[in-house]
Write a protein that binds this ligand. Structure first.
Ligand SMILES: C[S@@+](CC[C@H](N)C(=O)[O-])C[C@H]1O[C@@H](n2cnc3c(N)ncnc32)[C@H](O)[C@@H]1O
Length: 364
C-alpha cells in the first residue's frame, strides 16, 4: 500500500473510531470527539506486538491492513516487545480525559508519555504550550517527541520519575496519569493548584480527585476498570524460577478452601482486592494446576485442587477470603460507588455509609 493510500485508509478508520467512541458514550464532549477525530494514532504506534499465548508477533506497515485496523480499534496495544510501554485503550483514555474536563487554557501535566498519543490529544485540545508530559524512559520520550513534532505538536516533554511530577512547570490545573501509583504522590498534590483535578489509576480503578489547599483532596472512582502498569521502578521479586521452585517445595500446613484462582480475574472484585491487599501478586499457574500468589512482603499462598498452603509474615489467602466475604456482604459494589479521600498524613478508599475504609499505602 502506498503512503497516500495508508493515510487515506487511516483517516477513514480514525473518523470511524471517533464516531464509535461517541456512540459508546466514552467520548461525551464535542471537544474530545474533535481531538480523537484529528489526532492520528498510527503516527504514535508505528508497530505493535500482538499478544498471543506463545508469541508476540510484530504488526506494522508491512501488513498495512492489519496494522491500521489494530491501531484504530478500541484496544490496548503493546508497543515494546518487553511490554515496557503500551498505548492505552482509546475508550479508557477518553473516559479519563472527559473526567479531567479541562476548559480552554488549562495547563495539564501528563505522567507516562509512552507513545505520545495522549500528549497529542491534550495538545490538540489545549494547545501545546499548556501541556507537559513526563516519562521515566528516555528512549520513549525521544521517539514521542519526534512523532509529535512530525504532526506539528510541541508540548514540553520531560524525562524523569513521574512520582516527582515536573516541578518546573507547576502549578498545573490538572494532572493525568497513565501509569498507576499506590496512592496520589505528594509531589502531584504540591504541583496542582487548589481547585484543580488529578485523574489517576489507583487500585485498578480511575480516581478523579479534586484538589484542596494543604495536600488535601476528595474524589470518586470512575465505573471503568483500569489495569495500568505501576509507576516504575517497581520492587523486583527475586528470580521468578527460583521463587516458584521454593514455594512449590515449601512445607506448610494445608487446609481446604472454597475460593480458587478465578477470583483474581473477577474485574469488580479485583478493585476491592487491590484496595484491601495492595501488595498481592498472581505469580504463576503451573502446568500441574497449582497456582501461586505472592505478596511484596514475601508472603505466599499455594492453591492446589481445593486446598491452600501459606507461608511468610501474613496468611495472604486468609486475607483474600476475608475480602471476598466482605465484598459479597456488601452486595458486590462496583468501582464508582467508592470514594477516595486525600489527607496530608493518609489517603483512604471508602464505601460511604458502609463502614468500609482501606488505607492506601505510601509504598506497596
Ligand atoms: C500505558 S503507558 C502510557 C501511554 C501513553 N500515555 C500513551 O499515550 O501512549 C505507561 C507509561 O508509563 C511510563 N512510566 C512507568 N513508570 C513511570 C514513572 N515512574 N514515571 C514516569 N513514567 C513512568 C512507562 O514508561 C510507560 O511509557
Amino acid at each position: 500500500m502506498s503512503g497516500v493510500l495508508i493515510e487515506r485508509q487511516a483517516e477513514k478508520l480514525r473518523q470511524q473510531l471517533a464516531k464509535d467512541l461517541a456512540a459508546d458514550g466514552a467520548v461525551t464532549s464535542e471537544a474530545w470527539k474533535a481531538a480523537f477525530a484529528a489526532v492520528p494514532r498510527h503516527v504514535f504506534v508505528p508497530r505493535f506486538y500482538r499478544q498471543t499465548p506463545n508469541e508476540q508477533p510484530a504488526v506494522d506497515e508491512s501488513t498495512p491492513d492489519a496494522w491500521l485496523k489494530g491501531v484504530y480499534s478500541d484496544q490496548l496495544l503493546v508497543v515494546s516487545p518487553d511490554v515496557k510501554s503500551s498505548s492505552t485503550v482509546p475508550s479508557l483514555m477518553a473516559a479519563m480525559l472527559e473526567a479531567l474536563d479541562p476548559p480552554d487554557g488549562h495547563r495539564i501535566l501528563e505522567i507516562g508519555t509512552g507513545t505520545g498519543y495522549n500528549a497529542a490529544l491534550l495538545s490538540h485540545r489545549l494547545g501545546d504550550s499548556n501541556v507537559v508530559s513526563v516519562d521515566i524512559a528516555a528512549d520513549l520520550v525521544k521517539d514521542a517527541q519526534t512523532r509529535l513534532a512530525s504532526i506539528g505538536y510541541r508540548p514540553t516533554l520531560g524525562i524523569g520519575d513521574g512520582a516527582e511530577g515536573w516541578a518546573s512547570g507547576a502549578l498545573y490545573d490538572g494532572i493525568i496519569a497513565t501509569c498507576a501509583p499506590n496512592r496520589v504522590p505528594d509531589a502531584w498534590l504540591d504541583q496542582t493548584r487548589p481547585g484543580g483535578r488529578i485523574v489517576t489509576p489507583i487500585a485498578t480503578g480511575v480516581a478523579v480527585v479534586d484538589i484542596k489547599p494543604g495536600r488535601r483532596g476528595e474524589g470518586q472512582f470512575l465505573p471503568v476498570s483500569a489495569f495500568f502498569m505501576p509507576l516504575r521502578p517497581t520492587p523486583r521479586p527475586a528470580d521468578l524460577g527460583s521463587q516458584i521452585a521454593d514455594i512449590t517445595s515449601a512445607v506448610a500446613p494445608t487446609r481446604p478452601t472454597d475460593l480458587d484462582d478465578k477470583v483474581w480475574f473477577d474485574g469488580d472484585f479485583r478493585f476491592v482486592l487491590a484496595a484491601a491487599l495492595p501488595g498481592l501478586r498472581f505469580l504463576s499457574k503451573l502446568p500441574t494446576g497449582v497456582t501461586i500468589f505472592t505478596h511484596l512482603d514475601g508472603s505466599w499462598a499455594r492453591l492446589d485442587n481445593g486446598t491452600v498452603a501459606q507461608g511468610g509474615d501474613q496468611q495472604i489467602w486468609n486475607a483474600v477470603e476475608a475480602a471476598y466475604e466482605q465484598w459479597n456482604d456488601l452486595s458486590r459494589p462496583k468501582r464508582d460507588l467508592f470514594s477516595i479521600s486525600v489527607e496530608p498524613e493518609s489517603q483512604h478508599i471508602r464505601l460511604e455509609g458502609r463502614g468500609v475504609e482501606w488505607v492506601l499505602p505510601r509504598v506497596p
